[in-house]
Write a protein that binds this ligand. Sequence first.
Ligand SMILES: [Zn+2]
Length: 214
Amino acid sequence: MEKLEIINLYGKDVVVNVRIAKARTYKVSIAYGHLYVTRTERYSLNEIRDFLLRLLNEKKVEKLHSELFVTDSYIDILGQRKRLVNLSKGQVRTSSDDFVVINDKDLEKKLKSLTKDIVTSRVRHFEQLMNIPEHTVKITNMRAALGKNYYLKRLITIDKNVIHFSLEEIDALVIHELAHYYQHNHSKDFYNIILTYCPNYRKIIKKLIYGERV
Ligand SMILES: [Zn+2]
C-alpha cells in the first residue's frame, strides 16, 4: 500500500510517499524532491513527522523542491508544466498545448505509454552511441530507486516518475543504467564512462534527486 501525504517540516510542505511493506523496516530516501518512507505498520502523520524531523535537518529540507507532478489542474511532462484537462471532470480544452485525458484511467494509460516510448527511444539512442547491445526496457514504480540494470537479463527498469522531468535528466539516468553494462558497480571507472557521455552528470542527477525544475 502506498499513499501520498503532505507533511509540514520546518514550515515547509513536503511530499511524502508512505509505503507499508511486509519486511520489518523503517527507511527514508529522497527522489524528485519527494521523501519516500517505507515502514511496516499503520502510522500517524505526527509520528512520521517526528521521525523525519529527527532524521533531516532544516538545510536538507530546504533543498527539496517538493511539488506534486500531477494535480487536478496541471501535469508536468518532460519538465514542462501543462494544463491537465480531464474530460470526465467537466474540464474543457482551451489550448492545443493542454494535456487532455478522458478520465483517470486514460491519464494513467497515456502516461505509461508516453514514458515507455520516450525512455525506450533514449535507451536505443545511447546504446548505439555507447556501443551496447539492445536491452529490454521496463517502466515500473521503483519509488526512490530511479533505475536498475539487470545485466544478466539485459534488462533495464526505469521509474515511472521520470516522465515528469526534462529529457536531460532522463538521459542522465539512461546513461547511468547503460554504463552498468561495462561496470557492475559505482567505481571511478564507472563514473568515467558516464562523464564521457554526460559531462554534467553530477549536477543533473542532483536536480533529479532534489526535484528542481528547470
Ligand atoms: Zn547504478
